[in-house]
Design a protein around this ligand. Structure first.
Ligand code: DOR
Length: 431
């Protein structure tokens, strides 16, 4: 067993006087003023904010298949440095994670790396082709114990297939995470359909392509009494659809990305493909609606949609560049900038939207737990007053496609701890 660890002077959820916290055997053994423990390793918290470890429901770790863009090891390192202790790895790998063999491979690789809990997401349809269901039951019964299923990257467009997926996954105690995009409405789309796209001559991606699928899926989830999760909500209209559904008791949850909270389609003016993402950056009215919805709970959580891309796929002409942006190392700071500093969320709220809710939605039962005696010591220490400048080349990802390059962002993760083991400290990955 590793040595006990005494964290001195930390502020759980940023409230109250600093307390000491003793970690023994991977668990929070004691919490209180002036604790002492002979032989314990000591860490001076100096008033840092303690939060439960962050949980990301939506990351692309690219392994297997595109290890030139990211690996489970480099993605896990980026996650730990960003304050994450659990990451859900999307299924659009090569081969697709649509069988027990592939999800077990991802799960085992994540466990061997050991920096974060890697939960493979299983594909809804075989090969993400949207034709027939993948081996949902076998993935759920595998060592990876898959509970979240998604064809993310593409929409489960066929209504009957989506209905069957919801029915089947309900029986598995899981959730279907939908990439809501009507492909007929977005064929050839390059940017949010609106004034900016018209000015720049880019084919438009209409808000209704997202909103109509979310509305349909809410009705299908109602009929199946199944759990639906909406990936990367990007429009004010989707928020209204979700409000309607939640008011009626439909089992729907939703996530918003940091980039959709902060950035708008005005960024597209320079045609820099680093700003290309799917769904696209929207308008200032949309970002305002998304922030308000995250504050009032209509949008449940923040998920990164961390989407690393190799240079040749991103440093090219806009129309052929792949959509997607890095997110794991910058997410918390973007949430501090967009939600905490403007007074829309306090630190308890951050714990809710970045740890507790996503853990519940994804079924990660030992994550998103309270900071309390007897609970796993899976937590992070954050300096709320620190600021840092984002440099893509210095991030742990194998790729450097961050849209926040050169921005000074508030809030810095100083320690990440997974079941009592420090996985990242002061910008360095340990283990
Ligand atoms: O921008 C995106 N990139 N959106 C997606 O849905 C998929 C992702 C990727 O895999 O790169």
């Amino acid at each position: 067993m590793t040595r006990p660890l005494l964290l001195r002077g930390i502020r759980p959820y940023g409230v109250g006087d600093p307390v000491d916290l003793l970690v023994r055997g991977g668990v929070i053994a004691e919490m209180g003023a002036q604790l002492d423990e002979a032989g314990a390793e000591r860490f001076d918290g100096g008033g840092l904010v303690a939060l439960p470890g962050l949980v990301d429901l939506h990351a692309h770790l690219r392994e297997p298949g595109r290890e030139d863009a990211e690996t489970i090891a480099t993605g896990s390192a980026a996650a730990a440095l960003g304050g994450y202790t659990a990451v859900f790895a999307m299924a659009n790998t090569d081969p697709v994670a649509d069988t027990a063999v592939v999800v077990e491979h991802v799960y085992r690789r994540g466990r061997d790396v050991g920096l974060v809990d890697v939960h493979p997401v299983g594909a809804v349809s075989a090969g993400l082709r949207g034709e027939r269901l993948a081996e949902l039951g076998a993935m759920a019964a595998s060592a990876a114990a898959v509970r979240m299923f998604s064809d993310d990257g593409v929409c489960v467009h066929d209504s009957l297939l989506m209905r069957r997926a919801l029915e089947y996954v309900r029986g598995l105690g899981g959730v279907v995470a939908q990439h809501a995009e009507d492909p007929r409405l977005t064929a050839g789309a390059q940017a949010h359909e609106g004034e900016v796209a018209a000015r720049l001559g880019l084919a438009g991606w209409p808000a209704a392509a997202e909103e109509s699928i979310v509305a349909r899926d809410c009705l299908l989830a109602r009929d199946a009494a199944a759990a639906l999760h909406v990936c990367h909500v990007s429009t004010a209209g989707t928020v209204e659809v979700l409000r309607w559904a939640k008011q009626r008791g439909i089992r729907v949850s939703a996530e918003v990305t940091p980039h959709h909270l902060l950035l708008t389609d005005e960024r597209l003016a320079g045609y820099d493909p680093v700003n290309k993402v799917n769904p696209p950056l929207r308008t200032a009215a949309d970002t305002a609606a998304l922030r308000a919805a995250l504050a009032d709970g209509i949008v449940d959580c923040v998920a990164t949609d961390h989407a690393p891309h190799a240079g040749q796929d991103k440093d090219c002409e806009w129309s052929v560049a792949r959509p997607g942006m890095l997110g794991l190392q910058t997410a918390l700071s973007v949430v501090v900038a967009t939600m905490v500093r403007p007074g829309l969320l306090d630190w308890r709220g951050v714990a809710r939207v970045m740890s507790e809710r996503p853990a519940r939605i994804g079924g990660a039962t030992d994550q998103g737990r309270p900071i309390a005696v007897g609970e796993p010591a899976t937590l992070i220490l954050v300096d709320p007053d620190a600021a840092w400048t984002v440099r893509g080349a210095q991030l742990a990802s194998l790729s450097d496609n961050t849209p926040f390059e050169g921005m000074e962002l508030p809030g810095r993760v100083l320690v990440t701890m997974l079941r009592g083991a420090i996985t990242a400290e002061d910008g360095k990955v340990l283990c």
